[in-house]
Design a protein around this ligand. Structure first.
Ligand SMILES: Nc1ncnc2c1ncn2[C@@H]1O[C@H](COP(=O)(O)OP(=O)(O)OP(=O)(O)O)[C@@H](O)[C@H]1O
Ligand SMILES: [Mg+2]
Length: 351
C-alpha cells in the first residue's frame, strides 16, 4: 500500500470542485447554526448519542435509547448494546478534549480511542492473519499490512499527513483520503471502522471546520454501505480517487443538512418544554434547572444539587414536581433514582 501524500492525483477536477463547494457551504452553515445554540453541551451530548447508536450499527434503536441512561448511572446496570454506545460516546468526548488541549491528532490518541471502543481487543495488531473478507462470499477483498512495525510506520506517515496544514489541499478532501488510508492500514483487530469515523469528526474540529464534534457520516455510510465498500476498493485497485472523494463530500453535504434539522428539532423541543415548565411550575423554574434537564437524557438529584446550587431536599422537590407535571419520568435503577427526559429520548430515537 502507498504512503501519503498521494501527490499524483489532481484534486481540482470540475466534479470534485463542485462537490467540494456544496459540502463546504453546508458544513459552514452547520457550524454557524450550531454556534447560535446557547448550551453546546446539550447539543453535543444529544448528537453523539445518536451517532454512537448509528455507528455501532445497533438494531434495536428504541430499546437501546431507553437503556442508555441506565448504563450511564453507577448502578452497575449492564446491557451490551447500550454499554457499547456509552463507550463510543466516551471515546468521542475524550478525543475532542485531547485535540482541544494539544492541537494535533497523534497515533496514541487513535489507539486510546480504539481501546475505549473495543476494551476487549485493545491496541495495535501484533500477530499476523487479519484480512478483510466479503461477508457474503467469504472471498478475501484486501490484506492490510501485517507486521506491527509496518503498521506503526504507516500510522506515523498518516499522523504527519493529518497534522500538516500547509499542503494546499482542502481539509475536506484530506479527510476523505485520511479515512481511506486509516481503513487500509486497518491497525486494530476490531473497531477500525468506528475509530476511523471518530477520526473524521476530530479532523474537522482540528481544522476549525466545526467548533464541536457534531458531524458524523455513520448514518450516511450505513445507508450506502455497498457503495462505501466498493469505492474503498476501487481507489485501492484502480486509483479511482475521484469517486471516493466525491462520495465523502456528498456525505458531508447531506449529513450537515440533516444535522441542522436535528438541531432545530432539539431547539424547538427545549423551547416548548420551557414554556410548559414556566406555565405549570413558575416557582420552580430556572434556566439552570431547564439546562440540567436537557444536559443528558436523564438527570439525578445530586446533579441538580451541583448545577443549581440547592440542597438535596430542594433538588428532590424540584424533580418530583417535574414528574407530577408530566415533564419527567421517574424510575428506580438499582438503588438510584433516575429522572428521565422522555421527550428528548423520544425525539432522538425518531431522528
Ligand atoms: N476494501 C476495503 N479497504 C479498506 N478498508 C475497508 C475495506 N473494506 C472494509 N474496510 C473498512 O473496515 C471497516 C471495518 O473494520 P472493523 O470491523 O475493524 O471495524 P468496526 O468498527 O468493528 O466495524 P464497522 O465499521 O462495520 O462498524 C469498515 O468500516 C471499513 O472502513
Ligand atoms: Mg468489527
Amino acid at each position: 500500500m502507498k504512503l501519503l501524500p498521494f501527490n499524483e492525483y489532481d484534486y481540482k477536477t470540475p466534479r470534485i470542485m463542485e462537490a467540494l463547494n456544496e459540502a463546504s457551504r453546508s458544513l459552514a452553515e452547520l457550524k454557524g447554526f450550531a454556534s447560535s445554540i446557547p448550551n453546546q453541551h446539550i447539543l453535543i451530548n444529544a448528537i453523539t448519542i445518536n451517532e454512537a447508536i448509528d455507528s455501532s450499527a445497533i438494531e434495536n434503536i428504541v430499546t437501546t435509547h431507553d437503556s442508555i441512561y441506565k448504563v450511564l448511572t453507577e448502578s452497575g446496570y449492564k446491557e451490551d448494546a447500550a454499554k457499547e454506545v456509552v463507550d463510543y460516546r466516551g471515546a468521542i468526548w475524550h478525543g475532542y478534549e485531547v485535540i482541544n488541549k494539544k492541537g494535533f491528532i497523534s497515533t496514541n490518541v487513535l489507539v486510546d480511542l480504539q481501546s475505549m471502543i473495543e476494551p476487549n481487543k485493545p491496541g495495535i495488531r501484533k500477530t499476523a492473519g487479519t484480512q478483510l473478507v466479503n461477508s457474503k462470499t467469504g472471498e478475501v477483498i484486501y490484506t492490510p499490512p501485517q507486521e506491527e512495525k509496518e503498521i506503526r510506520d504507516y500510522l506515523k506517515n498518516l499522523e504527519d499527513y493529518i497534522n500538516t496544514k500547509d499542503d494546499g489541499i482542502d481539509p475536506l478532501i484530506k479527510m476523505a483520503l485520511i479515512h481511506y488510508q486509516f481503513e487500509s492500514i486497518h491497525p486494530f483487530y476490531d473497531g477500525n471502522g468506528r475509530t476511523g469515523r471518530i477520526l473524521n469528526v476530530l479532523y474537522l474540529v482540528l481544522n476549525n471546520l466545526l467548533d464541536s464534534p457534531i458531524l458524523y457520516l455513520s448514518n450516511y455510510i450505513n445507508d450506502t454501505k455497498d457503495e462505501y465498500y466498493r469505492l474503498l476498493s476501487d481507489l485501492r485497485n484502480n486509483n479511482n480517487y475521484e469517486d471516493w472523494i466525491i462520495y465523502i463530500l456528498k456525505g458531508v453535504d447531506i449529513t450537515s443538512k440533516h444535522t441542522i434539522e436535528l438541531i432545530k428539532k432539539i431547539q424547538s423541543l427545549i423551547d416548548s418544554y420551557k414554556e410548559e415548565f414556566m406555565t405549570k411550575l413558575p416557582k420552580v423554574y430556572s434556566d439552570e434547572l431547564l439546562d440540567s434537564v436537557f444536559y443528558e437524557v436523564y438527570t439525578k438529584i445530586n446533579y441538580i444539587e451541583d448545577r443549581c446550587g440547592v440542597t438535596r431536599q430542594t433538588a428532590a422537590t424540584y424533580l418530583n414536581s417535574l414528574v407530577e407535571a408530566g415533564l419527567l419520568e421517574y424510575e428506580k435503577v438499582g438503588r438510584e433514582s433516575i429522572y428521565k427526559n422522555t421527550r428528548l429520548i423520544e425525539l432522538l430515537s425518531k431522528f
